[in-house]
Design a protein around this ligand. Structure first.
Ligand code: FES
Length: 332
């Protein structure tokens, strides 16, 4: 297949030296209204685990995150599914309008902030709309390993539901349920998750209101049994980000020792970029993970919805973090 290049800048292409992967779009398929899948191929693709996502780098410096939805056992390809969001920030529209079979696409190494842990009890997967994407990889792994699970899939209508065909065997065997809003088929998660069972875990992903509802109906479950990934900032997190209370702090680069002041109305990436230090950001709201950076000194005030307590001891999402105690020394 001929590889055609989208018009990447030299600076973006140079980043392949720093770990970006040049892939070929080997297949594009319509999955549902406004949803297309893109199969990305390259030699020696890094392995990935269920729940992983990649950053897709688009011309013009746009970076967007997409979950890998194929079986992690497949080593020859990554598959992402992209919902066209007309009121979004433009990344999904660009992909739908410009990315075709044969194009070259720059992507990051896979990262996983939503890992699947297979324990002794049954697993509950709950997906809302395009939140099905990371769940598909988890389901594939559970089917392959014969793990006990049930998938709850909430969609607005069947025409907007991706992956209904591949899920057909699970629907027919009773291992999956689809709730279709415009047919009046609605879930009752309050009942479904009324009682946490021994060894049971819940994994959920979907739009903001769906996430808030799942957080509410699972709040009595042990914290380490509830796992989720957001595609947008959560309401709890937004409440934390009362920028009017921000204070200035200092940030230092470990490699050069240079120290910069981040004013109350600035973010760390803004200050670094102004001083010629390139850092990747995407959502700039603390939920995508693109800006994750190791720190080696100071005490960050974490404001993201990605890192768990263990990761927060070493990493910080610099797009939204402040410092409780400075200087915050970044391993850059
Ligand atoms: S840019 Fe998305 S978490 Fe920082």
């Amino acid at each position: 297949m001929t590889v055609a290049a989208l018009s990447y800048s030299d600076e973006q292409l140079a980043q392949t030296q720093k770990g970006l992967i040049r892939t070929c779009v080997s297949a594009v398929e319509k999955l549902a209204d406004d949803i297309f899948s893109y199969e990305l191929s390259a030699e020696d693709l890094p392995e990935f685990s269920a729940g992983s996502h990649i950053d897709v780098h688009l011309p013009g410096g746009i970076i967007r995150q997409y979950s890998l939805c194929n079986d992690p056992q497949e080593s020859h390809r990554y598959v992402i599914a992209v919902l066209r969001e007309s009121n979004g920030r433009g990344g999904s529209e660009y992909i739908h309008e410009h990315v075709v079979e044969g194009d070259e696409l720059l992507i990051s190494q896979p990262r996983n902030h939503f890992p699947l842990i297979i324990g002794k009890g049954p697993l509950h997967f709950v997906a809302g709309g395009i939140g099905i994407t990371p769940i598909m990889a988890m389901v594939a792994e559970c089917v392959r390993k014969n793990v006990d699970f049930h998938l709850h899939y909430c969609v607005r209508s069947r025409s907007r539901a991706a992956f209904l065909e591949p899920l057909r065997p699970l629907l027919d065997s009773g291992k999956a349920t689809v709730y279709v809003d415009d047919e009046g088929i609605k879930p009752n998660f309050q009942n479904t998750f009324a009682q946490p069972g021994a060894g049971e875990h819940i994994y959920y992903c979907g739009p903001s209101g769906f996430m808030d509802h799942l957080a509410l109906v699972t709040k009595h479950w042990p914290k380490d049994t509830v796992h989720f990934e957001r595609f947008s900032a959560g309401t709890d997190q937004e409440a934390l980000q009362d920028d009017s209370l921000n204070e200035a702090f200092e940030v230092r680069l470990a490699s050069s020792g240079k120290t910069y002041t981040v004013q109350a109305d600035e973010s760390i990436p803004e200050v670094l970029r102004r001083n010629g230090v390139q850092v990747d950001v995407s959502c700039e709201e603390g939920y995508c993970g693109t800006c994750m950076t190791r720190y080696v000194g100071g005490q960050p005030e974490h404001r993201d919805s990605v890192l768990d307590d263990a990761n927060r001891r070493s990493y910080v999402m610099i797009c939204c973090a402040r410092a409780k105690e400075g200087p915050l020394i970044l391993d850059i």
